[in-house]
Design a protein around this ligand. Structure first.
Ligand code: FAD
Length: 309
């Protein structure tokens, strides 16, 4: 089997940009995506901070444009899930749910996924009252009683969003103060139908076929009590999708891939870009530019070229 120059794992905005620059550089490559082109764009109700996009553009609209750009540039997407990336004698073997491929270099653009609470019933009741995205599922809770767990920007944004149509929103936070930006926290405390429960964690998720409520308890004190609810939105952050490459590259203690400023990982032939990488700003604009940088660096390495781009 002939080796490609490059394999890109993930077609969120980082991976798609990497593919565009790989194509323009004339590299031979494949890009793999296990779900849909656009990744986390599907969770965004509106985008107001991506220059050049009309304010309020929906994430799925941008996802559609990414897919159009790929097909316009004649870049096929392989709808396959990468299961393992191994390096043998300087060549990468990439195993997917459908086949096996070889490449000289790899770009990891696998993004991140919502972090789970790890409670019994959480997985079983996901989609049956438990959700990780108010923009995606909030509509189903019109006039209902819901809770959000978390205390950062995402949790407060989710609670604000839900407060416009849910009957009540209870924000459960394990600390005594929110960690969200001040203006967001202020907006939330002004809402009549929002109640914040500080210093509490969730002990149990109740329900068999459908979420019925929670058992919450006070940090360090206990005192468990029942909170009847129709919905629970988990907003406790995200973790990187880096399980497939932890043997290959160094990660930080949370599993984010560490790279230099040119996106190169601890492995000389692996680059990482976007939300799977340890970086100070997890946004679309940074993910997009990192994808471009990674591809140009692969080009320089694989073709031994000294482009000054
Ligand atoms: C609710 C929400 C709102 C946000 N709002 C904004 C905003 O307003 N503005 C902004 O700039 N940013 C926003 N962000 C952040 C932004 O979405 C991310 O920084 C950006 O989308 C990251 O892009 P990415 O390509 O690195 O990863 P992702 O978008 O996560 O894409 C990674 C892709 O890789 C695929 N993948 C993973 N593992 C594999 C595998 N083994 N095999 C094949 N495919 C794989 C996944 O299916 C996914 O499609 C928001 C994020 C969220 C969750």
């Amino acid at each position: 089997m002939k080796s490609l120059d490059l394999i890109i794992v993930g077609a969120g905005i980082a991976g798609v940009n990497a593919a565009v620059y790989a194509k323009r550089s004339g590299l031979t490559f494949k890009i793999f995506e296990s779900k849909a082109i656009g990744g986390q764009l599907f969770y965004m109700e509106r985008i107001d901070n991506y220059l050049g996009l009309k304010l309020g553009t929906k994430g799925r609209e941008l996802a559609r444009s990414l897919a159009d750009s790929l097909s316009g540039l004649n870049i096929p997407i392989e709808s396959e899930q990468v299961k393992e990336v191994k390096q043998q004698e300087g060549v990468f073997q990439v195993l997917t749910n459908k086949g096996q491929y070889r490449s000289k270099a790899v770009i990891l653009a696998t993004g991140s996924s919502f972090r789970k609470l790890g409670l019994t019933n959480e997985v079983k009741l996901t989609g049956k009252g438990v959700s990780y995205c108010a923009v995606c599922d909030g509509f189903f809770f019109k006039g209902k009683n819901v809770a959000v767990v978390g205390g950062g920007n995402t949790a407060v944004e989710e609670a604000l969003y839900l407060s416009s149509f849910a009957k009540t929103v209870t924000l459960i936070h394990r600390r005594s103060k929110l960690r969200a930006l001040e203006y967001l926290s202020k907006n939330l405390t002004k809402k009549d139908n929002v109640n914040i429960i500080y210093n509490h964690t969730i002990k149990e998720i109740l329900g068999q076929q459908q979420l019925k409520g929670l058992i919450i308890e006070e940090v360090d004190k206990g005192n468990p009590r029942e909170l009847p609810l129709d919905g629970l939105f988990v907003a406790i952050g995200s973790s990187p999708n880096t399980e497939i490459c932890r043997q290959l590259v160094s990660t930080d203690e949370k599993g984010f891939i560490t790279t230099d400023s040119k996106m190169k990982t601890s492995n000389d032939l692996v680059w990482a870009c976007g939300d799977c990488r340890r970086r100070p700003l997890r946004q679309l604009i940074t993910a997009a530019s990192e994808g471009a940088i990674a591809s140009i660096e692969v080009y320089k390495k694989v073709r031994q070229s000294y482009l000054s781009v």
